[in-house]
Design a binder for this molecule. Structure first.
Ligand SMILES: [Zn+2]
Length: 294
């Protein structure tokens, strides 16, 4: 027995070897509004590119999920729900999960603890108004978290899906964490807003990369957390690429396809003793004895 030995495989339900979640962060126009909150420029191109998401992208992808009979998790900023009041009810009607994603897609690094708590309450209010229920999950805009945010997420009894300290469900300060993965996020490969951004990669290339990631998740018994955006992956050949990927997931037969809410509930009920961690952040290196010794 060595500390380098692999732990027992994560206990996925139904004897499955790994899991797959389809998730969409429905950012639409909200990050643009946040970035320009002090002075809104009279410019249309980014705004129109982002409006494509609620107008077209989310529908193309929802239609593909319906055809494959896959339920996904959609994280919707309060401002996007406010601008598109049909969205949350329509997603729930189709059997998908809806979760929180900030109100203005506010970035953690740009808000105080008190401001975070205030806009979280506003998000909950609009979800309650539009759906008559409280969501189960939280995903931080841009996937940054603070100990204060975790405490707030815990206070409300939400799960979190923003961090990647393990590639299977675990808990941070007692909050169930269903981890994300930058390697299976569409934005880093396809987001293009002009102005010298690197050219978007081809869907065929990323299908290859994500198929490799999928095979690795089966081999290692981990969670494949796919994250796409309405305005990015709803366009052009990308929905077709996602359809091919998910057909492969369905064909594999040994993979648990679930919403993030289902994964979080499974973890809470059956595996809370598995990999609990805390949000302790180390003190500054300048206080370290290796630095301060005389
Ligand atoms: Zn986002």
């Amino acid at each position: 027995m060595s500390m380098l030995d692999l732990p027992a495989p994560y206990p996925w339900p139904e004897g499955k070897t790994s899991a797959f979640c389809f998730t969409m962060d429905v950012d639409a126009h909200s990050p643009w509004m946040w970035n320009n909150r002090h002075d809104v420029p009279q410019l249309l191109s980014h705004l129109e590119q982002r409006h494509f998401g609620p107008r077209v992208g989310i529908r193309r992808i929802a239609d593909m999920l319906k055809r494959l009979d896959i339920k996904g998790s959609f994280y919707v900023p309060g401002a996007v729900a406010e601008a598109h009041p049909w969205m949350l009810p329509a997603l729930l009607d189709a059997g998908h999960e809806v979760g929180l994603h900030g109100y203005f897609h506010e970035l953690v690094t740009e808000v105080s603890d008190e401001e975070f708590t205030r806009v979280l309450e506003s998000s909950l209010e609009i979800f309650a108004q539009q759906t008559g229920r409280k969501p189960k999950g939280f995903r931080s805009p841009a996937w940054e978290m603070t100990p204060h945010m975790l405490a707030e997420v815990k206070r409300h009894g939400f799960y979190d899906s923003s961090l990647m300290g393990y590639d299977t469900p675990h808990s941070v300060d007692g909050v169930v964490e269903v981890p994300v993965n930058w390697g299976t996020d569409d934005a880093i490969f396809f987001k293009f807003l002009g102005g010298g951004d690197p050219a978007p990669r081809s869907p065929a290339e990323i299908l290859g990369a994500w198929t490799e990631e999928f095979e690795a998740s089966r081999r290692f018994g981990s969670l494949f957390m796919l994250t796409v955006h309405d305005w990015i992956s709803g366009r052009g050949a990308r929905p077709l690429m996602l359809e091919t990927l998910m057909e492969r997931v369905l064909d594999a037969g040994d993979v648990w396809l679930a919403t993030v809410e289902e994964v979080a509930a499974h973890h809470a009920a059956h595996a809370m003793d598995r990999n609990p961690v805390t949000s302790d952040i180390p003190g500054t290196l300048l206080e370290h004895s290796a630095w301060t010794r005389s």
